[in-house]
Write a protein that binds this ligand. Sequence first.
Ligand code: 5GP
Length: 237
Amino acid sequence: MEKRDALYAGKAKSVYRTDDPGRLILHFRDDTSAFDGKRKEALARKGMVNNKFNAFIMGKLEEAGIPTHFEKLLSDTECVVKKLDMIPVECVVRNLAAGGLVRRLGVEEGIVLDPPTYELFLKNDDKGDPMINESLAETFGWATPAQLERMKALTFRVNDVLKNLFLEGGMLLVDYKLEFGMVDGEVVLGDEFSPDGCRLWDARTREKMDKDRFRQGLGGVIEAYEEVGRRLGIDFA
Ligand code: 5GP
């Protein structure tokens, strides 16, 4: 497969065309950003760690029957994915209260959310990824009712798979964000799953092991990501 020109550069990943119109290459960079890109820093090894982490998780989700865009690892920092027509809606499930939910509702961080909550956000940095709902998504044409229903079902199936996977490694999956796209008429999981887009706490100490370490200036960001990977048996060598 031949790598062609860059199609798009996001905050942490760049996307390249290939000689196959149905396939793209994702390049995971070391760049880290928070607060809708207002804070940026390059963290050594992050691209490699997130690329391998994402490959491992996407593999687990595929094994569980969840369709993903992931095809194969290409290098330490690159993978091949199916080209999706992306739906500009971020789907968030929360098992424990943290982050935006705590800020918005003033509930105590760490309370168990039973049943887990489900929220939608519009993917739009300029507007700060505002919270939306299914009615707004349908009216403004961001997603159809059928797509919204499928996205919700798949986002909760991901929770069933990953909550247990992380718990086996002594970690709590606090919350996470997923993005979906369309290929061949099917809703498919796109983007990435890494500690950049989820919250993971040590189950015993509740120590943060995710991007909140960067957002909150706690340090040891990549060390924490690598520890998450080590507990799942991922080889970053
Ligand atoms: P919150 O709404 O609490 O800020 O985020 C909920 C979850 O979704 C967190 O795990 C957070 O990392 C993830 N998330 C939400 N929006 C984004 C985003 O634009 N980028 C990334 N990397 N993660 C996001």
